[in-house]
Design a binder for this molecule. Structure first.
Ligand code: NDP
Length: 541
């Protein structure tokens, strides 16, 4: 950012907490009270808040196990303590999964689906507890915590139905009296490695798809949301998933994750997380010629054209950029804004943020909770400092402090006006930081939108139907929304991205079945004679 542009800045609207409008102060009071009443979800009766590893149908704590804890990013309270698993624990888990595989694979797929339906039923019954747990352990606001669980329920139900489909193909043969078809078969033991930002939805996307297709699973969740993971696994066990079919090993990515990816029993690794970790997992998996499915980062643009419905776009950009405190792989982290509406729209955004409440995520009136951890806070604040040097700060740009804010990791929603090409406009920040880039035409908007290493989600707001369809064609991303923000996946549709966002696969929808099955091609010759493809077919009559 040139000094000239910085000189144009009217100065960030940073208000000291005490100077904020009444409702925000009220929020913090509510917040303190909410802390006392807790809303701590009922842990599994077997576990309390100390959790073991779940291997072969049993919760176990290895002798001399070291433990780690998860904490509420809004308050610092402990949410649960967990075993830091070792390579030995991983081996025990994969062995259990390998032992359970033959019988689970033989279980008819519709029956496997029925078990999943029971999981979904139990999850629905526990939805409000689980939603509060998501909020307490990860910090997203309660409506989004409940949405996270709803997405998990929807997906498990959807996958339960897949037990009665698992379609193959029938294809004509070039020879007489011969059938050709394909059937889907499970891969064996699969490893599911998940991030913390959707602590119930993402694990269920993987686990339900892997199980209905007949695989057995070793699940390694993000350490920061280990309690959500443990409660999910307990639900599967209570619903009737047999011992060994789903195993949980908590612990550090570098230890548990590496051991899982290296483990000879594991044939497929389904990983969601950051690009650097994903690359490491991919390289390790390649040594064992494993199928490694990667869902990685994003730098998702919303294009707002000069003919857009601006109030509609405003709501979309706010939700896309600051929902889950910007910690979604599909978060709107770039606003590509037409110059004719630039100042007007930015003004609307800033005005709206002045009334956007940041605080207690359990309070339904709160717009944004804390970021997920101290690590997240540090990384986001470091990017904000980078932004202050290379761009013009238009809103926020600071950690929120004072009162209840001091117990947690609260960052004010932040907006930078920046030229395309700055670090903040190209690198994934994974926090409540929006880069706004001015463009003069549709062509320039698309060029800017596409000129990043990622390609997960994208969006355009316009009333011009031709432009909307051109954008669907032109935007380099796995997902394009028209007149809606970059977030809002639905489980019955494929999910995934292009470029550094992944390595070509898709999750959810019917594509989820592809990830976890091998296709077997079957030829049945009932001619009672040797027929030679490509040789006899010429003369067959
Ligand atoms: P990380 O890459 O840090 O971690 C993801 C998972 O990998 C965690 O379970 C982590 O364990 C584990 N892990 C860490 N190191 C290794 C290793 N060497 N081998 C195997 N596993 C390892 O990502 P975050 O959890 O911080 O999640 C944020 C990232 O996830 C963002 O980049 C975001 O864009 C991306 N994401 C992508 C989505 C998509 O669908 N495209 C959806 C959601 C998020 P531990 O927690 O113990 O470190």
């Amino acid at each position: 950012m040139s000094s000239t542009m910085r000189g144009e800045a009217p100065g960030p609207k940073i208000l000291p907490f005490g100077a904020r409008a009444g409702p925000a102060a009220l929020k913090i009071d509510n917040y303190s009270r909410a802390r006392g009443t807790g809303g701590v979800p009922r842990g599994s009766p077997k576990m309390g808040s100390e959790y073991g590893l779940f291997i072969d149908g049993t919760w176990t704590t290895p002798p001399k196990a070291t433990r780690f804890e998860t904490t509420n990013p809004a308050t610092g309270e402990t949410v649960g303590t967990f075993v830091a698993g070792t390579a030995d624990d991983v081996r025990r888990a994969t062995e259990a999964a390998a032992r359970a595989f033959p019988s689970w694979r033989e279980t008819p797929a519709p029956k496997r689906g029925e078990v999943l339906l029971e999981v979904a039923r139990r999850m629905r019954a526990a939805k409000s507890e689980l939603g509060r747990l998501v909020t307490r352990e990860m910090g997203k606001v309660i409506s989004e915590g409940l949405g996270d669980v709803q997405e998990a329920i929807d997906f498990v139900e959807y996958m339960a139905g897949e037990g009665r489909r698992l379609f193959g193909e029938t294809v004509p043969s070039e020879l007489r009296s011969k059938f050709c078809l394909t059937v889907r078969q499970p891969k064996g033991v699969v490893a599911c490695i998940t991030p913390w930002n959707f602590p119930t939805a993402i694990p269920n996307w993987k686990i339900a798809a892997a199980l209905v297709t007949g695989n057995t699973v070793v699940f390694k969740p993000a350490s920061a949301t280990a309690r959500c993971a443990a409660e999910i696994v307990q639900l599967y066990a209570d619903a009737g998933v047999p011992p060994g079919v789903l195993n949980l090993v908590t612990g550090a990515g570098g230890t548990v994750g590496n051991a899982l990816v290296d483990d000879p029993h594991v044939r497929t690794v389904s990983f969601t997380g950051g690009v650097d970790t994903g690359r490491e997992v991919y390289v390790r998996g390649a040594q064992g010629l494993k199928m490694v499915h990667l869902e990685l980062g994003g730098k998702n643009p919303v294009i707002v054209m000069d003919d857009a419905d601006l109030p509609l776009a405003l709501e979309g950009v706010l939700f896309g950029a600051f929902g889950t405190a910007g910690q979604r792989c599909t978060a709107t982290s770039r606003l590509v804004l037409h110059e004719k509406v630039f100042e007007r729209f930015l003004g609307m955004l800033v005005d709206r943020l002045d009334r956007f409440l940041v605080g207690d995520p359990l309070d339904p009136a709160t717009g944004m909770g804390p970021v997920a951890s101290l690590d997240q806070e540090r990384k986001i604040l470091a990017y904000i400092e980078v932004g202050k040097k290379e761009a013009k700060l238009r809103y926020g740009g600071e950690k929120l402090t004072g009162g209840a804010y001091d117990r947690g990791h609260f960052v004010r929603p932040t907006i930078f006006e920046t030229k395309h090409g700055t670090r903040i406009s190209k690198e994934e920040i994974f926090g409540p930081v929006l880069s706004v880039i001015r463009v003069g035409s549709y062509e320039e908007a698309v060029r800017v939108a596409n000129d990043v290493d990622y390609g997960l989600s994208s969006s355009i707001y316009t009333r011009d139907v031709n432009l909307a369809f051109r954008a669907i064609q032109d935007l380099e991303a796995g997902i394009t929304y028209v007149n809606a923000p970059t977030i809002g996946a639905e489980v019955q549709l494929p999910f995934g991205g292009v470029k550094n966002t992944g390595n070509g696969g898709r999750e959810a929808g019917s594509a989820a079945v592809e990830e976890f099955t091998e296709i077997k091609t079957v030829f049945v010759d009932f001619s009672s004679r040797l027929q030679k493809a490509q040789i006899d077919s010429e003369t067959a009559a």
